[in-house]
Design a protein around this ligand. Structure first.
Ligand code: ZN
Length: 172
């Protein structure tokens, strides 16, 4: 029986295996050629890092202050992060471990910035954050605003803020 690509809303035939965890090759998904390439690109970027290290990297100031690159360059950091944010199925963090809210966690300045960048009230719940992210991506997507550098930068900030909020929602 033929496998169908398991990437969100893709219906192509999936003949490539994509491991879900680096050290467990028995655990994999089937993808089409296009999506396995994208998957491998994301994977290589964080090669050799465990989940904690990836989280720490995404949380670090280094991430926020990284020089901006063109959004459409296929291997730039923001593109990877953005694809990751859009495709929850292939997230580094398992969706089921994400809490719906912060459960009274004390917010630091960066947490507050992240809510503000996304135009959200402090302590907005995870479903609200996800919904807002989709709305903002539609609004600021470079394809809809060709040549508008301001929109591109804004979308990068939104993507980082979204990734940051996702990380702090993860149950520890
Ligand atoms: Zn596909």
């Amino acid at each position: 029986m033929e496998n169908i690509c398991e990437w969100d809303s893709c219906r192509k035939s999936g003949s490539f295996k994509a491991p879900l965890e680096k050290d467990n090759s028995k655990n994999y998904r089937w993808l089409c050629e296009e999506h396995v390439k994208l998957f491998n690109k994301n994977w290589n970027y964080f090669e050799g890092m465990n989940q904690n290290e990836i989280e720490n990297f995404l949380k670090s100031d280094l991430t926020w202050h990284r020089p901006t690159q063109k959004f459409n360059s296929s291997d730039n950091f923001f593109n990877i992060l953005w694809n990751n944010a859009l495709n929850d199925k292939f997230n580094f963090f398992k969706e089921e471990k994400i809490n719906n809210n912060l459960n009274g966690r004390k917010l630091n300045e960066k947490d507050k910035d992240a809510f503000a960048i996304m135009g959200l009230e402090l302590n907005a719940s995870w479903p609200i954050i996800k919904k807002q992210f989709k709305t903002l991506v539609k609004k600021f997507h470079p394809d809809r605003n060709p040549g508008n550098k301001g929109f591109e930068d804004k979308l990068k900030k939104i993507t980082l803020a979204y990734s940051h909020l996702k990380i702090i929602m993860i149950e520890k």
